[in-house]
Design a protein around this ligand. Structure first.
Ligand SMILES: [Ca+2]
Ligand SMILES: [Ca+2]
Length: 237
């Protein structure tokens, strides 16, 4: 009998030990939740002068709910201009726009959004916003930063989510506009390639898409005009 009681007591103790171990594991899991991240996505992409490209401001809330946020982006306004910034899927279908300021002189974007309705936990990772840029036609070859200078995200109780990690991005201008063969100079060789496929459209025999500088799937006087405007330029000039 005594032996039995002791066994029961031991079993209870073991159960209690396992139970408290589980509790503490849950507790630890909550405390060391990894930090939320806000990233320029893609982190790096290559474009030519004159190209239009987009970047997402991607958010991984890492378990938090996100009810609203504001981002500030900095870019090199001498090399590119920001065409637009639109909301992504992070804060629901039609979030309220609080602030939307694009400054193509200073090279900054300020954008604030809020979810309509309540925020349920956790908010899945998604795009806070998508920004569209156009590289200037005279942009020099180089690597240019697209930085998230500040970011604030509010949780489901409208309190700041702490310790957000920011991942900036870059865009690499790898080709001069009009440099059809990519040899860092716009010259007669590019003109020759354009001439060989002049008047052709995508799908035609002998169509060379490299000569379609304005990306309208036809090589014509418009592409010739762009080449002419940059004729003689080189990467070091
Ligand atoms: Ca060339
Ligand atoms: Ca064209």
């Amino acid at each position: 009998m005594k032996q039995n009681k002791r066994n029961v007591a031991r079993k209870l103790a073991i159960h209690f030990f396992i139970f408290s171990l589980l509790l503490s594991t849950v507790g630890i899991g909550t405390v060391v939740a990894s930090s939320s991240t806000v990233s320029i996505d893609p982190a790096s992409q290559s474009v030519s002068a004159g190209d239009t490209f987009t970047v997402d401001v991607a958010v991984d809330p890492a378990g938090y709910g996100v009810s609203s946020g504001e981002i500030n982006i900095a870019f090199d306004a001498t090399v590119m201009q920001a065409d637009s910034i639109e909301s992504g899927d992070l804060l629901g279908v039609s979030p309220l726009v609080g602030v939307k300021e694009i400054d193509n002189v200073a090279g900054t974007i300020k954008y604030a959004l809020a979810r309509v309705g309540t925020t349920t936990l956790p908010t899945p990772p998604g795009a806070f916003a998508t920004a569209t840029f156009t590289v200037k036609s005279d942009a020099p070859i180089g690597t240019y930063d697209i930085d998230i200078t500040t970011v604030g995200l509010a949780d489901e109780s409208f309190e700041d989510i702490p310790g957000i990690t920011i991942n900036d991005g870059v865009v690499k201008v790898i080709m001069l506009e009009g440099d059809i063969n990519g040899d860092c100079v716009v010259d007669y060789k590019d003109l020759g390639i354009l001439g060989a496929t002049y008047g052709k459209s995508a799908g035609d025999a002998d169509y060379d898409s490299r000569a379609d500088i304005n990306d309208d799937d036809t090589v014509d006087y418009k592409d010739l005009g762009i080449l002419g405007a940059h004729y003689g330029e080189s990467c070091t000039a």
